[in-house]
Design a binder for this molecule. Sequence first.
Ligand SMILES: [Fe+2]
Ligand SMILES: [Fe+2]
Length: 214
Amino acid sequence: MRRSDGKVSEPADPIGFDAVFAELPLLHPTPRSWAELAAARLPEFLADHAVCEQQVAMYALSLAGYYPEDAELVERSAALAAEEVQHFRRVVAILRRRGWPLGGRRKNPWAQSLRARIVLGREPWTKIDRLLFGAMIEARSCERFTRLLEVVEDPEVVNLLADLGPAERRHWKLFYRLAGRDVDEQALAVRFQGWREFEADLARGLGTSPAVHG
Ligand SMILES: [Fe+2]
Ligand SMILES: [Fe+2]
């Protein structure tokens, strides 16, 4: 593209997967073949995606319920839930316009296995784990959206993912920051490393279904 000053500028780079991945706390990249599968089966992807947004909104609100005395967490998680509800509504609107069915509750073995790793009844670690679980959910979602953006050509879905990827990137950082308020930086990093390795082991077995975390 030629600019008015005569210099040639590059077309806007969509979002480079490698650059995004390098800043995420993930240890295993989703194969491009997953994105090709999801792009070929967008009705299934979007139906699952809507449920993911709905569930993360509910999870964020549940944190406010677990820790009502933590004013910052209540405020931040309520705001995050509101944002996820907006994401949910955007995906639902696309499904409706296209006459594609919205999915209901379904199994998400990746998220279930992760959630089962939260240590219960041992604060501050329970709270920290709950927040690190949220960080992993957001980080992997960001990564999947970015991966899919490399492949998908549907303009409406491109716009959706280009907006949501950066939002989920912001969200994992928020969860991580909130987790770091009750423990020193090194202890948090060690704890998170356990989550990162566990998640990578799960992710290595994925990539074969068009679901967001499939
Ligand atoms: Fe979201
Ligand atoms: Fe999010």
